[in-house]
Design a protein. Sequence first.
Length: 697
Amino acid sequence: MAAPRSRDYTGRLAASASSRAESANRTRSWGASPVYRVAIAAVVVVALAARGNADDAELTVLGDEGGSLLYEHLLDVADEQFDAREQAVEQALGSPEKLRARRERLHADLLELVGAFPERTPLGGKTVGTIDCDGYQIEKVIFESRPGHHVTANLYLPDDRSKPLPGVLVPCGHSANGKASEAYQSACVLLALNGLAALIYDPIGQGERHQLPDTVRHGTTEHTLLGVGALLVGLNTGHYRIWDGLRSMDYLAGRPEVDPTRLGCTGNSGGGTMTTWLMAVDDRIAVAAPSCFVTTLERLFHTIGPQDCEQHFPGQGPLGIDHTDFITIRSPKPTIILAAEQDFFDFRGTERAYAEAAKVYQVLGRPEQVDLFSFDDKHGFSQPRREAAAGWMRRWLAGDEASVSEPTLALQQDADLQVTESGQVVQDFDDEVTVVDLINRRAGELAETRKAAWQAMDDAARRAKIKQVLGLPDEPAGEPLLREQSRTNRDSYTITKAVIEVDGQVPLPTLVCVPKDLASGEKLPAVIYADSSGKAAAMGEEGPIEKLVAAGNVVLAVDLRGFGETADDDQGSKYHNSEFRTAMLAMHNGQPLMGQRVADLLAVLQVARTLDAVDPNAIHLIGVGRAGPVALHAAALEPGFASVTVQGAIGSWTEDVVARPLGEELLGLAVPGALEHYDLPDLAAMLGDRFKREPAD
């Protein structure tokens, strides 16, 4: 994992390099304490008994600083990637040839990130009703982007259809009512009144296309819930949404009223996201106008943070793909960025993105074909941006540079634009294939295809594959050091508050629990204990840690990054994940949280082996909750763990995550593309009788 560029995490915890070395030497000498008499065997299950309530202040190691450390570390890694990208851009701008070469590489990398699309199948498009309006007509249409996967849409056609019309695809933003949103209706009406056909369709999770119909969740929340399973099968929500957009363009281009050589795309917010993705993927899009989305990822991550799953592709950072690159990929086709100067998508980033795009178009000799329109208002497809979008489409698709002014518009009620009888495709079609079905289907296919390859590997090859999937480097980031802070006595044991440090990584607050009355020189079993609820949760009187110590073990209770003391303190609950922004940024960086936490556990193992009182051949591992799969991975990679016990954790990505899209706290468990290679039971099988699973406490 990359070392941070600018922040010294341990420095802000008031530790100098010399004091770290001194305390490391000091705390590695616990062997003079008395020795344990009871082995770990037969006590693990008992030790996982009910937790007590410990005094959090007594057990806090990092003070008030811990809650920001993980996200700051991830920002540092991302910033290094942004620096590398900036250098690549500067080099590419040196000549049209260099720029075209980078453009081709970006396009290939983007298609790899999005994932292979299925074959095109018949759309089976139907018009189920029409609405005649003043100067235009609305058709209510439905088609299948995949067999059994229905898309509901409205087609706005000008009354004058004497000649083939330019066509504009209008992806929706994250409105609950999808295509019926007043702002998006208005955009389509304005396009039709200006002589362009406009097709607007409901995204999954919105309008008439809820994929999780038994919940009140929609839009970004549903997209993210669907995204967890999609990530595991090597895709993301954006893959399914882009395909719907491509097939919607197929429908629009196939209409007899539309000229398939004059196609454009414009959308706002989430529709701006889709416009940005589609304009880089679909060569048919001659003209594009994304609204209220394009900024720089650097500004995004440093301001509001990562957005829902469709807006980020895992591994995007190492490939150097930013928002501007979607414009570069399609350059020099006409593209305008529409922006709100008070947007939560940082406008300073938008200005930077445009400045870079302008340089690209200048090098390619088409500076007039890229532009930025901004208005001093807030996020939304407001009238000024709708007018700018329509004007841009008219200019480049119809050859008319006259300004566009939006008149007072007569809009429709939601029910009038409804395509299905019930209002939901999952209710109208008994055999409707949802995105949940598609993801589960792919998971089943992957289970069959990976089986032979996994069985053909020996354990060394499997470990290499696991490290690759987790984004782990070939060699550890550095030698871990244990820095002691203070000691606290309890009735039968001593708690040493300490920090395990690896250069450039998030510090690991640790409680080293050692029984009193130890005989000098003995080597005793040790237990590394990791709990996603934090180490303090298990430190109560007669709690799991105390019972393990009483059974004769040295216990290293550790908060892996993002757990306990370093749990991110600026997470929202919107996406039903308490570590949404850290999980998303970690995947963007190409280093999923699972892999980073596995590296943490391996560092703790290194430290445990150096303790004088510990038998290095009798180090056991316990992972509780979301730390369970982390422990399983660590033990699969490191035969040095004598045993691993997983408590209250998922047992299978396929059964416990992909098949349960409404589950909470799952995003941090996702490893992009993991199910292409193995599932958690495959790791358990590698461990044999070293592995034990226990139910939740």
